[in-house]
Design a protein around this ligand. Structure first.
Ligand SMILES: *Cc1c(COP(=O)(O)O)cnc(C)c1O
Length: 383
């Protein structure tokens, strides 16, 4: 059952209560590996910190509440979360994955997990008829990211989840680009929601982490079992930092969206810009769907600058407020070139067929004043 409280209230209170021994308002960093037992097997719920840790438990309850469920698990990174999920499948299983997927996901699937007999099909799921076309007898999971990265294509979560249920497989949504504030895949029927909490949830570019939520007790138990076996856990300090961050997630996301809208519109009018990709623009091919399944359009913008790779490189060297760096979702604005940076692990011919142009620039719009951000891009575009 969804808790009666609203997102902002849950963000500050869910999973947390004043420390019983001291009254500390903030959940302490329980920097301990093991726990005292009163008698063998008689303990206060904690035995060993690979299995459970109170700081981590608070973060897990908090993020689960924000995704509208009670089942959540935190991980050492988004990649640790992805690996752990995949350990729930076995050799011979087939996974359908959206084609324009995070570079690290693509690399994990094709370079690591394929060695263990898992089979992957990468498919453009803006066209859902492709699900039927790529389905095999052994298809067990549909993995999507929406908006995709870096082309910001929007995939219909509800339809994917329905198809998966009808065809006896699970559906997973990597919700990193949206954060739980802007999109809740479990409410749309998905079996799993996954986050790299390194991005918007952490929000300050100072902690790496991952999260998995599910509404199914059975799936939760499976992932929890695998996590405990694999050891893919975050440390208590990282959990503390992430828990501090969720308190401001709502207001941060609102400003990310407001700033991004202003910049997307400005880019759209700029004569040196060939194309702007932002789900909030009415020119975006899935603008309607985006308006339906997302609360707002997010802080990520991709655009193609006239003059190809050379001009793009020059622009990235000239920015002063935007930082030239990978990653996204922090308070500071970042700018990067997917073909050379985040998506370099995808072979050049596949990049081209996906439409990841060498001159495609991706920006993560931060929380600086929008006028300063526009002025920075404006000076960087000049010869
Ligand atoms: C960063 C990212 C990941 C991987 O997360 P890490 O925390 O870097 O391991 C997965 N999916 C998306 C969409 C990401 O942006």
């Amino acid at each position: 059952m969804k808790s009666p409280e609203k997102f902002e209230t849950l963000a500050i209170h869910a999973g947390q209560s004043p420390d019983p021994t001291t009254g500390a308002i903030m959940t302490p960093i329980y920097q301990t590996s093991t726990y005292w037992q009163e008698s063998p097997g008689k303990h206060k719920g904690y035995e060993y910190s690979r299995t459970d840790n109170p700081t981590r438990a608070a973060l897990e309850a908090n993020l689960a509440a924000l995704e509208g469920t009670k089942y959540g698990l935190s991980f050492a990174s988004g990649c640790a979360a992805m690996t752990t999920i995949m350990m729930g499948y076995q050799a011979g299983d087939h996974i359908i994955c959206c084609d324009d997927v995070y570079g690290g996901t693509y690399r994990l699937f094709t370079k690591v997990l394929s060695k263990f007999g898992l089979e992957f099909s990468f498919v453009d799921l803006t066209d859902l008829s492709k699900l039927d076309r790529h389905k095999k007898k052994q298809t067990k999971l549909v993995w999507i990211e929406t908006p995709t990265n870096p082309l910001l294509k929007i995939i219909d979560i509800k339809q994917v989840a329905q198809w998966a249920k009808k065809n006896g497989c699970h559906s997973l949504v990597d919700n990193t680009f949206m954060s739980p504030y802007l999109q809740n895949p479990l409410a749309l029927g998905a079996d799993y929601v996954l986050h790299s909490t390194t991005k918007y949830i952490g929000g300050h570019s100072d902690v790496v982490g991952g999260f998995i939520g599910t509404t199914s007790e059975e799936l939760f138990k499976l992932v929890k079992f695998n996590q405990n076996n694999l050891g893919a856990i975050p440390g208590p300090m990282d959990c503390f930092l992430s828990l501090r961050s969720t308190k401001t997630l709502a207001i941060r996301m609102e400003r990310h969206c407001d700033n991004a809208k202003i910049i997307a519109n400005w880019l759209n009018e700029h004569k040196q810009v060939e194309k702007v990709i932002y789900p909030g623009l009415s020119s975006h091919p899935q603008h309607q769907l985006a308006s339906e399944q997302m609360k707002d359009f997010g802080g990520m913008i991709s655009f193609v600058i006239r003059g190809g790779l050379e001009k793009a490189r020059q622009t990235l060297e000239k920015v002063k407020i935007f930082s030239l760096a990978e990653s996204l979702g922090g308070v500071e604005s970042l700018i990067e070139l997917p073909a050379i940076m985040t998506h370099a692990s995808i072979p050049a011919d596949i990049r081209k067929s996906l439409g990841i142009d060498d001159g495609l620039i991706r920006i993560s719009v931060g929380l600086e004043h929008h006028e300063d951000l526009v002025a920075d891009l404006d000076q960087a575009f000049r010869e």
